[in-house]
Design a protein around this ligand. Structure first.
Ligand code: NAD
Length: 317
């Protein structure tokens, strides 16, 4: 199969590419390297099994130029920083909604039949029952990022209904693991690297979410795609439990060895405007395909903390 991975130089995309190439696919990557890192995929570029187009998914001609001969698109490129949307309010509109329009329209014009889309638990908003099943609605996201993910889902579903595209929409939990370049564990390790005596935690630390290890996430994507074959397939991808931000702070302090660090909470029930304090995806549908995760939330957090301490270059005390 010839796959196009948008955002393939990023955290999740580069792990996905490892698996795609491992199973024998040819991979084309389009990435503007805004948050991605070529070193994550360099070995595949060197082997000739992957090609990188340094392009922007918000530019229609760049997307058209990447589509020739593609069998399936994995659309992962997006602004990864939910907070950025509050400062520059058209960020997610352009990087999410318009980019996804460019992808599906370029697919239509090039007869590319299949897409997998990286959506998010944030589409459910903050009043959803926990764990939240795929059948929950109405979905009322509270961040501009969440709105762009929901808009992307709507565009994809309309291309399925109107032009016969086949689609897999994955609503991810918090994905963590090696090569992570953002998120709470990454932030905490950086803060402790700068000042091992204190760790500032945004909010009251009671925020509680489920965490999924990135290897589990990409295995889940490929497993679901090989076992479900409806025109439109919607799946939550997450783990069985949750962890609080307070617990993450404790684990990071412990794994970094910064035992003297004072954990300080800025207060309030959420880290930033648009953050959802409590989230847990229902994963019954994912489990029904025969796929299960290897790591629970706390195991994934510990594994990630150890890996990122190495990658960030913090000397363990
Ligand atoms: P990431 O920032 O590591 O990857 C995004 C990649 O897209 C980067 O390589 C970046 O350079 C590229 N990119 C961004 N804008 C682009 C543009 N305009 N044109 C071309 N390339 C562009 O983030 P990630 O965590 O790997 O996220 C991948 C996808 O999964 C995103 O769509 C994200 O919204 C979604 N997602 C991630 C999580 C998570 O916890 N990491 C949770 C839910 C959904």
């Amino acid at each position: 199969m010839r796959a196009l991975v948008t955002g393939g130089a990023g955290f999740i995309g580069s792990h996905l590419i490892d698996r795609l190439i491992g199973r024998g696919d040819q991979v084309v990557i389009i990435d503007n390297l805004s948050s991605g890192n070529v070193s994550f995929i360099q070995h595949h570029l060197d082997s000739g099994k992957a090609t990188l187009i340094h392009g922007d998914v918000t530019v229609f001609d760049d997307v058209m130029g990447a589509m020739a001969g593609i069998d399936c698109v994995f659309h992962l490129a997006a602004n990864p920083d939910i907070r950025l949307g509050t400062r520059i309010t058209d960020t997610d509109l352009k990087q999410g909604t318009l980019a996804t329009y460019n992808i599906v329209e370029a697919m239509r014009r090039n007869d590319v039949p299949k897409i997998a889309f990286a959506s998010s638990s944030v589409v459910y908003g903050e009043d959803a029952p926990l764990p939240t099943p795929e059948t929950h609605g109405p979905c009322l996201p509270i961040s501009l990022y969440g709105a762009s993910k929901q808009a992307g889902e709507g565009l994809i579903s309309s291309w399925v209904g109107t032009f016969g595209l086949q689609a897999y929409i994955f609503r991810f939990a918090n994905i963590i693991g090696t090569r992570g370049t953002h998120g709470v564990i990454f932030d905490f390790i950086h803060k402790l690297k700068n000042d091992p005596s204190r760790l500032e935690v945004l909010g009251n630390g009671m925020q509680e979410k489920s965490y999924m290890e990135v290897g589990d996430c990409v295995e889940g994507i490929l497993h679901v795609m090989s076992s479900a074959d409806a025109p439109l397939n919607l799946y939550n991808l997450g783990s069985h439990d949750t962890a609080s931000v307070r617990r993450i702070a404790e684990i990071v302090v412990e794994t970094t060895g910064c035992h003297g660090a004072k954990i300080e909470y800025t207060g309030g029930d959420r880290g930033w405007a648009g953050d959802i304090p409590r989230a847990m995806l229902g994963i019954e549908k994912m489990l029904s395909t025969g796929f299960d995760v290897r790591y629970n939330s706390e195991e994934a957090i510990r594994h990630t903390a150890l890996a990122l301490i190495e990658e960030i270059g913090l000397d363990r005390r």
